[in-house]
Each structure stands twice: as structure tokens, then as C-alpha cells.
Design a protein around this ligand. Structure first.
Ligand SMILES: [Mg+2]
Length: 112
């Protein structure tokens, strides 16, 4: 089972950013079936702010999750900001003391 160092986890964060950016239209399309269709746009906005702000910063995986969560919570409107913001901030708290993060740890962080 794979693992990565928390301190060297920034590429994972940046891959998350790319995942949202690449799927912005799809997220909006799915949201549009039952909602106002802005989910992809809002997610992309928040994740891209994070990318811009931290692309040149040395941050760990858990620190990055916390920063991403705060950006979503404080800077992105609608219901997704507080919901996803809280998810990432709670994930960060659950993983902040981990030196190495395994798939099982990631599961524990998600459960938090
Ligand atoms: Mg919406």
C-alpha cells in the first residue's frame, strides 16, 4: 500500500486542484440537473485561488488542506464553500500530526 510524507504532499494537493479544474464543466453540468449549475465554477474558483496563492510556497499536505479549507470557507460563496471548507479543515486537523500518510490515514482523515 502506498504512502507519502506529509511534508512532501504538495503534489497531491496540486493534483486535486487539476482534478477540479479539469472537471469544472462536468461538475456544473451535474449541479445543473437539480440546482443552479454553479458548483463547478465555485469549486474551480476556490481551488484556483489556492493554487495561485500556494504554488510557490513550501507547505505540507495537511497545511495545504487547512489553507484550501479556509479559502473555500471564507472566500467562496454559496453552500459549497462552508461545506467543503469544513471538510478540508477537519481533514487537515486529523492529519496534522502525521509524518507519513497512508491510504488508511487518508480514510481516517476523510471520516473526520
Ligand atoms: Mg449552486
Amino acid at each position: 500500500m502506498g504512502a507519502f510524507k506529509n511534508a512532501a504532499g504538495k503534489p497531491v494537493l496540486m493534483r486535486m486542484v487539476k482534478g477540479i479544474q479539469d472537471n469544472k464543466a462536468y461538475l456544473g453540468e451535474v449541479d445543473g440537473l437539480i440546482g443552479d449549475g454553479d458548483h463547478g465554477m465555485n469549486m474551480n474558483k476556490g481551488f484556483s485561488v489556492f493554487e495561485e496563492r500556494f504554488k510557490d510556497e513550501d507547505i505540507s499536505f495537511s497545511e495545504g488542506l487547512d489553507e484550501l479549507g479556509m479559502i473555500l470557507l471564507n472566500e467562496i460563496g454559496g453552500s459549497m464553500g462552508p461545506i467543503y471548507g469544513t471538510i478540508f479543515m477537519d481533514m487537515a486537523e486529523a492529519g496534522e500530526d502525521l509524518d507519513e500518510i497512508t491510504a488508511a490515514d487518508l480514510g481516517t482523515m476523510l471520516e473526520a
